[in-house]
Design a protein around this ligand. Structure first.
Ligand SMILES: *Cc1c(COP(=O)(O)O)cnc(C)c1O
Ligand code: SF4
Length: 358
């Protein structure tokens, strides 16, 4: 067994300060995280050797490093931040099943992840129980979905659904499919980014049996699009599993037009459609990662002049207090005059578009 095996990668994850080699120079803020007594009470440090190898040992601003090496700022809580910023507990209808909308819901299959992302908005859920749902629980969720015809789409999330073994995932999908033959299944997994070794031919063969199935992954920087990662994406897409990407807007990681333009256009090169660019959720201890909405809007405006519509994701915020997702759009509408919208285009030219009454 070697480093190209996903179980090897999981077993050899870095978990403690001592697992970080001396050649990797920690800053004072990084060092202070591990020195703080309460560091064991927040999302534990956890990273695969593969993803850690992409981090720059000498540059504290490295976008990979910022995502996985914790800093003492994680102990700073803003008054409007919450442990459950999207109020998912309020919309939980049974273990793991969260329903906010009529037509779709999410099922958190496990709380385990391959890597602990420091900005994770489920940081008070991720890695806490290290348990996956039982097959009976998944069956109950599948029955709940079947008895409401309005539900057309199920998002399998977590944690990371690909953290469970193939045999277990197969059981989950079989039960969901058997009870809901027409359901669209969307799997959210960060493994193509942080553990591309997980995307094995066996996993692909398994997934291909349960179409229609979509995969949503989570790249935040083009440095993550390595050849291993690209290969994992090809396997998925060639097997007829469309791949979408969600990016979180992160200060010091990707909050500039060059990084985002590069990331989104390279994703499209790999046949992945950039779906959402998320404004950071108000999770406790993540303020150092958040960029203002006004800056986000400015970035979107710059991007819309630089990359194609295919490359451009929707900029959205998942509102606090369970308000749900809203697309944030800069009002390209400059004014409304005599029944016409005055709209500014990419070249800053103004156009009229009628306001119609039908
Ligand atoms: C994000 C989310 C969805 C999916 O929303 P899309 O806009 O379709 O991606 C569904 N249910 C819940 C509870 C969510 O948070
Ligand atoms: S993979 Fe997703 S759920 Fe897991 S730690 Fe990262 S952001 Fe959180």
């Amino acid at each position: 067994m070697d480093s190209s095996d996903w179980h090897y990668q999981l077993r050899h994850r870095l978990k403690k300060r001592q697992d970080i080699p001396d050649s990797f120079r920690l800053t004072r803020l990084e060092e202070n995280f591990f020195k703080t007594d309460s560091h064991t009470q927040v999302l534990p440090f956890l990273v695969t050797p593969y993803y850690f190898s992409l981090a720059d040992p000498l540059d504290p601003c490295c976008p990979i490093r910022r995502q996985v090496i914790p800093v003492a700022e994680e102990f700073v809580y803003a008054p409007y931040e919450a442990a459950d910023p999207l109020c998912e507990s309020q919309c939980t209808v049974m273990p793991g099943l969260v329903r906010r909308y009529h037509d779709r819901c999410i099922l958190k299959l496990t709380d385990s992840c391959a890597v602990h992302c420091r900005f994770c908005f489920r940081r008070f859920f991720t890695g806490t129980r290290k348990k996956a749902l039982t097959i009976t629980q998944v069956q109950q969720a599948a029955r709940y979905i079947a008895q409401d015809k309005r539900i057309r789409e199920l998002l399998l999330t977590g944690g990371d659904p690909f953290m469970v073994e193939d045999a277990v995932l197969d059981k989950y999908l079989r039960v969901i499919r058997k009870i809901n033959p027409l359901l669209v299944v969307r799997i959210g997994s960060r493994t193509p980014v942080v553990l591309p070794q997980r995307i094995t031919p066996d996993l692909i063969a398994l997934l291909a049996r349960y179409k229609p199935l979509w995969l949503v992954t989570h790249y935040n920087h083009s440095k993550e699009l390595t050849s291993d990662s690209g290969q994992a994406l090809s396997l998925l897409i060639d097997a007829g599993i469309p791949v979408l990407n969600q990016t979180v807007l992160l200060k010091g990681v990707n909050d500039n037009a060059d990084s985002l333009a590069d990331l989104f256009s390279r994703l499209v090169y790999f046949r992945v459609k950039p779906y959402y660019l998320f404004q950071g959720d108000l999770a406790k201890g993540t303020a150092h990662f958040r960029t203002s909405i006004s800056r986000g809007l400015k970035l979107m405006r710059q991007l819309s002049c630089r990359i194609s519509g295919l490359c451009l994701p929707k900029y959205a915020v998942d509102l606090p207090q369970g308000g749900g997702k809203v697309v944030i759009e800069e009002s390209a509408i400059k004014s409304i005059e005599k029944g016409f919208y005055i709209i500014e285009n990419y070249a800053k030219k103004l156009y009229k578009y009628p306001e119609e009454n039908n």
